[in-house]
Design a protein around this ligand. Structure first.
Ligand code: HEC
Length: 168
């Protein structure tokens, strides 16, 4: 009795109109989008230049090589043991930056430590050597490290670690 395929219940008229209006809106929306994508548009250009000035006009003059250092750090195994802000297996990069960046020989020192490994500066955990990292790469990483902006919390825990480390 219910299988009455021949004459489905009549749909209300407004449904048809609602569908037409909906389709019209969709088409208009797509036209609008297509039109905007075709426009070279001042908005796209200004967004690009804003992004450029944001990345190029940073505070530090060592910006280009500093970000190269970050890429090297990301490509190596460093982040397995070092966090940016939290002490993990080793000190955070923030803490390292806070502790050494005011040293005159910071880049040399850190680059040497990165290649030769370290122990006793922060605790008893050993940082392994990184012979696969070239001297130039280590210097890039060190340069990136000392260019990091340091949060007060990192500066504080770095001072504490320094005070507790084995005297040299
Ligand atoms: C297996 C874990 C591990 C890996 C991988 C690792 N580190 Fe470390 N790192 C440590 C530990 C632990 C310390 C603290 C050593 C100490 O107390 O002297 C440390 C310390 C450091 C220090 C500070 C040395 C000092 O004299 O205070 C720097 C800089 C550093 N790491 C950079 C790096 C970089 C760059 C990489 C990647 C190439 C890296 N680490 C990979 C564990 C690691």
């Amino acid at each position: 009795m219910h299988r009455d395929d021949e004459s489905p219940p009549p749909r209300p008229r407004w449904l048809k109109w609602a569908l037409v209006v909906f389709m019209a809106l969709v088409v208009l929306g797509m036209l609008n989008l297509g039109w905007r994508m075709l426009q070279p548009g001042p908005s796209a250009a200004s967004a690009a230049s804003a992004a450029q000035s944001a990345s190029g006009g940073g505070s530090s003059a060592t910006q280009p090589s500093a970000s190269a250092g970050l890429r090297l750090v990301e490509a190596s195994d460093c982040l397995r043991c070092h966090g940016m802000e939290r002490y993990y297996v080793g000190p955070s990069f923030q803490e390292i930056a806070a502790r050494y960046r005011d040293r005159a020989d910071a880049v040399d020192y850190l680059a040497r430590k990165i290649r030769n490994g370290s122990v006793g500066e922060w605790g008893r955990t050993v940082m392994p050597r990184h012979p696969q990292v070239t001297e130039a790469q280590a210097r890039e990483m060190a340069q990136w490290l000392v260019s990091l902006p340091v949060l007060p919390a990192a500066a504080q825990s770095a001072r504490a670690a320094e005070a507790a480390s084995t005297p040299r």
